[in-house]
Ligand binder design. Structure first.
Ligand SMILES: [Zn+2]
Length: 406
């Protein structure tokens, strides 16, 4: 009982603090009105890892991490795709078992909060959720290793509501090369192309975040439906191998795709990346501290990794990255790919967030910043969510066609 009372006290004070922080951000009335009239869609979020330990309840405001129902409502987040993720090194039946446990964990969180959330699998269902005043919850599988080279597993995930799959995570899988591993398949294997075709038929979006440039081009050539990058940023600004080059963004856009900008400081800021590279001991020390605090608990690791990185920034050992860097990437991607081809894929609860974008309550600042930069209200609306709803509709249309319908 004591524990419950203490926890309740913590929530109240965290809530009061956040409300004050949002007021201090001073969002203009016009930006607020526009933001809360739009369907804001985030295509990549790692909160799923927190669901697994059984203590986290998405319905209650948490003093850690970035995502829960109260903060999503406060920040006007209308739809969120929860990532089903396990490390690339976990393969075979264990990968399938763990992915299934995560799909179940997402579905259970949604089931327990029927007033606030609803599982959505189509653009129309997201719009319907909005009408009902609920947050639409979606799912994406982050890494093709989780199908264990079995199209039946892919079909089962789709049947349970998964609507995108990232072809690889940070390591190669059995049929596709990753951008952060040594190439062994020269892109997609023949089976990898079969996976892409089956995803098209199922209406599961082909996600090219994390994949090697060659895998991206193979997928682009193979796919009958537009593709997206669920959480990638611009390589021209920050030279991370899993960010997209200008040419890749142009080619993605030419086939109707969308690049969803990732908020992770190591993908946003060249200065941050250079500082990490210049002093590899820092990352080693952060990893060691994470292991000390969390052991094998992956949810804890993601959360503490962000917290400890901040501690290094506060100590002046790593550069401070401001949220305006997100706007710089959005603006660059719009200039290169066009305003119809850019969206949001935060990586909340799975990465290191910049200052000013600590959690979902800060999202209206993106709207405010884009308006200040001269974007029209219609353009902002597209970036916040309409572009994603559009690509979903297209992928659904291609799926119907491939299944013989219209
Ligand atoms: Zn990722």
């Amino acid at each position: 009982m004591l524990r419950t009372i203490l926890t309740a006290g913590l929530f109240v004070s965290a809530g009061a603090f956040l409300a004050a922080a949002v007021t201090a951000d001073d969002i203009s009335a016009r930006a607020k009105k526009l933001h809360f009239s739009c369907i804001v869609v985030d295509t990549h979020d790692d909160t799923t890892q927190r669901f697994l330990d059984g203590r986290f309840d998405i319905g209650e405001r948490s003093s850690s991490g970035s995502i829960d129902v109260p903060r999503m409502k406060e920040g006007g987040l209308g739809a969120i795709s929860f990532s089903i993720w396990i490390p690339s090194k976990v393969t075979g039946p264990e990968a399938v078992n763990r992915a299934m446990a995560q799909i179940d964990a997402v579905r259970e969180q949604v089931r327990k909060h029927p007033k606030d959330m609803v599982l959505a699998t189509t653009a129309a269902e997201i719009r319907e959720a909005r009408k009902q005043g609920k947050i639409a919850a979606l799912m994406g599988v982050e890494g093709g290793h989780m199908i264990n080279s079995n199209l039946g597993v892919l079909r089962s995930y789709a049947a349970l509501g998964v609507r995108y799959m990232t072809l690889t995570h940070s390591g190669n899988d059995e049929w596709a090369d990753s951008s952060t591993d040594k190439a062994v398949h020269n892109g997609l294997t023949d089976f990898g192309k079969e996976v892409v075709r089956e995803m098209n038929r199922l209406g599961v979006i082909v996600d090219i975040s994390h994949v090697s440039d060659k895998t991206f081009y193979d997928a682009l050539e193979t796919s009958k439906a537009p593709l997206f990058a669920s959480h990638s940023s611009c390589r021209a600004i920050c030279d991370a191998p899993r960010n997209m080059t200008d040419q890749m963004m142009k080619d993605l856009a030419a086939k109707g795709g969308v690049v969803q900008i990732n908020y992770h400081v190591g993908f946003l800021s060249q200065e941050f990346r250079d500082a990490e590279k210049a002093n590899p001991e820092i990352n080693k020390a952060i990893s060691a501290e994470v292991t000390k605090r969390c052991g094998e608990n992956e949810g804890c690791q993601l959360m503490e990794g962000d917290r400890i990185t901040r501690e290094y920034v506060e100590q002046g050992k790593l550069p401070r990255v401001d949220f305006s860097k997100i706007i710089e990437h959005i603006d660059h991607a719009v200039k290169v790919a066009g305003v119809e081809h850019v969206g949001l894929g935060s990586d909340f609860d799975g990465a290191n967030m910049p200052y000013g974008m600590e959690d979902a309550t800060k999202l209206p600042k993106i709207t405010e910043a884009l308006l200040k930069k001269g974007y029209s209200e219609g353009e902002v609306k597209k970036i916040l969510g309409e572009n994603t709803l559009h690509i979903m509709t297209e992928v659904e249309r291609v799926s119907r066609e491939l299944n013989g319908g219209k």
